[in-house]
Unconditional design. Structure first.
Length: 163
């Protein structure tokens, strides 16, 4: 498999992951938390890197795909953080995930501090398929690890060949 085909496959897989996230949000009615939104950035970055690997000269493809692999591992790390928050191993590092403290405020002050759209708590897991005990954060973690592993295998196989 050549680098362009690997890059095209990675680009399509990351676009599919983002598409599933958006479809579950818009048509499935799932509300993403702040960590969920952060976890989408590595996929966007990998999609751009792999698209560049398709269109740029082939000497750039391999380094771009290795950067994409590191970016996917960063996405997996975000997944680990999110799963840890869901399982209450640690608190979320994002202030958006914390509940508002409205104690001691008047009704008008409370209403003024409330966000325009309700936020989903980051420690409240969302399950795509109720029959599987895998939250969206866990699915993201597994998918990012699988993609990074697949990329490493594909790039290692190509290592001894010319582009």
């Amino acid at each position: 498999m050549n680098h362009r085909l690997i890059a095209l496959t990675v680009s399509l897989l990351t676009a599919s992951a983002l598409g599933i996230a958006l479809a579950s949000e818009y048509w499935g009615g799932l509300v993403p938390c702040a960590l969920c939104l952060w976890e989408r950035w590595p996929y966007r970055t990998v999609m751009v890197l792999s698209a560049l690997a398709v269109i740029l000269p082939s000497r750039w493809a391999r380094p771009l795909l290795w950067i994409a692999t590191a970016t996917l591992l960063t996405g997996a790390l975000l997944g680990v953080i999110h799963v840890g928050v869901e399982w209450h191993f640690w608190p979320s590092p994002l202030p958006e995930c914390a509940a508002l403290d409205l104690s001691g405020l008047s009704i008008a002050e409370r209403l003024a501090r409330m966000p325009a759209t309700p936020a989903k708590p980051c420690d409240d897991p969302t399950y795509l398929l109720p029959v599987l005990p895998l939250s969206m954060a866990m699915i993201n973690l597994l998918f990012a690890l699988a993609m990074a592993s697949g990329l490493v295998i594909a790039l290692r196989r190509r290592q001894g060949r010319t582009p």
